[in-house]
Ligand binder design. Structure first.
Ligand SMILES: NC(=O)c1ccc[n+]([C@@H]2O[C@H](COP(=O)([O-])OP(=O)(O)OC[C@H]3O[C@@H](n4cnc5c(N)ncnc54)[C@H](O)[C@@H]3O)[C@@H](O)[C@H]2O)c1
Length: 329
């Protein structure tokens, strides 16, 4: 089996690449290497993959790659993924997440693809109150420009299944955390600030709830779905490990033995969804999959990894500061 992976130099995509290589799967990785992409994440597998620096919105180049590589399966991770950025400027989100997905689907339909795994997110469902959970057939009701762009891509994939019989499978994972996550996201940002004894900003009162899925668990679920998922179906992937943001922050401070006085509550993000929670009976029943890593273990491993890889994180932070200055001046 030959898999074409988009966004393979990103946080979750690179974990997918590492795990697929261990299973001796042939891989073609396509990534634009935006500020969020980094080939360092692929250093241990770089000699075993074919890599193309390419933008998924570039029809000609993506068409050429499909023609040349003839993949059997597509796993589409590439996206603009940071909600806060989408609030500042939705344009790259619509370009990559919507148009880029459409380009890939159009090209895939001209080739003999066995499966197209379209990675969506739990955020497409919108927000929940304190009770309840999202099922695969819950109507989509996204809130942020990011989640709207992901919901559009999600629906496009399902439309290509219905209209053209393209074997699209839609996957909606919950919040991932773990090694190599870009330090603009909550968990790595908190670890880094705590290590430097800097103030840790927390939106609102930190009461928003997310379901935390360790990145290797997410990728194992996607590999199961490649092997056993059915075309046209949607699969939620969650861990059941719900935590408020403030609980997450406090558990990191606790591991690092840092004081809670570092926390500073700041004005909430506009349109901030209160809670997401996924029902995962479908993947459990059909594939026997469930997350292996408990939050307490995963967060400990993650903190340890960031301590050991602090140089990489510092480099990213430096780059990020420059990037923010230039992009949002
Ligand atoms: N991180 C999470 O908690 C989470 C949860 C659910 C779903 N997802 C989805 O999983 C996927 C991966 O998320 P992530 O956190 O690894 O994201 P990330 O931002 O770390 O990585 C995205 C990758 O896509 C690449 N990319 C961006 N625009 C591109 C373009 N136009 N052409 C080619 N490559 C491009 C980037 O260079 C980067 O390597 C995304 O689709 C995201 O929406 C993420």
């Amino acid at each position: 089996m030959k898999i074409l992976v988009t966004g393979g130099a990103g946080f979750i995509g690179s974990e997918f690449v590492r795990q697929a290589i261990k299973r001796e799967i042939e891989l073609v990785v396509v990534d634009k290497l935006t500020y969020a992409g980094d080939l360092e994440r692929l250093k241990e597998v770089k000699d075993t993959i074919s890599f193309y620096k390419a933008d998924i919105t570039n029809k000609e180049f993506i068409g050429y790659i499909f023609q040349k590589e003839k993949p059997d399966v597509v796993v589409h991770w590439a996206a603009e993924s940071h909600v806060d950025r989408s609030i500042l400027d939705a344009t790259p989100f619509i370009d990559t997440n919507v148009k880029g997905t459409q380009v890939l689907l159009d090209i895939a339909k001209k080739h003999d693809i066995e499966k197209f795994i379209n990675i969506a997110t739990d955020e497409v469902y919108g927000e929940l109150g304190k009770e309840g959970e999202f099922y695969e057939d819950t109507p989509l009701n996204p809130s942020s420009p990011y989640s709207v762009s992901k919901a559009s891509a999600d629906m496009l994939g399902r439309a290509y299944y219905r209209t053209y019989d393209l074997p699209v499978i839609t996957v909606r994972p919950s919040n991932n955390y773990g090694y190599w996550q870009y330090p603009e996201k909550l968990i790595p940002m908190v670890i880094l600030k705590a290590l430097k004894n800097e103030v840790i900003p927390v939106y609102g009162r930190g009461e928003n709830v997310r379901e935390w899925l360790f990145v290797s668990d997410c990728v194992e679920a996607v590999i199961e779905i490649i092997n056993r998922g059915k075309a046209g179906e949607v699969y939620n992937i969650g861990s059941g490990e719900e935590r408020t943001n403030i609980e997450v922050v406090k558990s990191i401070l606790d591991i690092l033995d840092k004081p809670e006085s570092l926390i500073e509550y700041v004005q909430d993000r506009p349109g901030h969804d209160f809670r997401y929670a996924l029902n995962i009976d479908k993947i459990k029943k059909e594939m026997g999959w469930r997350a292996k890593i408990r939050f307490e273990d995963g967060i400990e491993k993650t903190v340890q990894w960031y301590i050991e890889n602090i140089e990489w994180v510092e480099k990213k932070i430096h780059y990020l500061q420059q990037y923010w200055k230039e992009t949002y001046k």
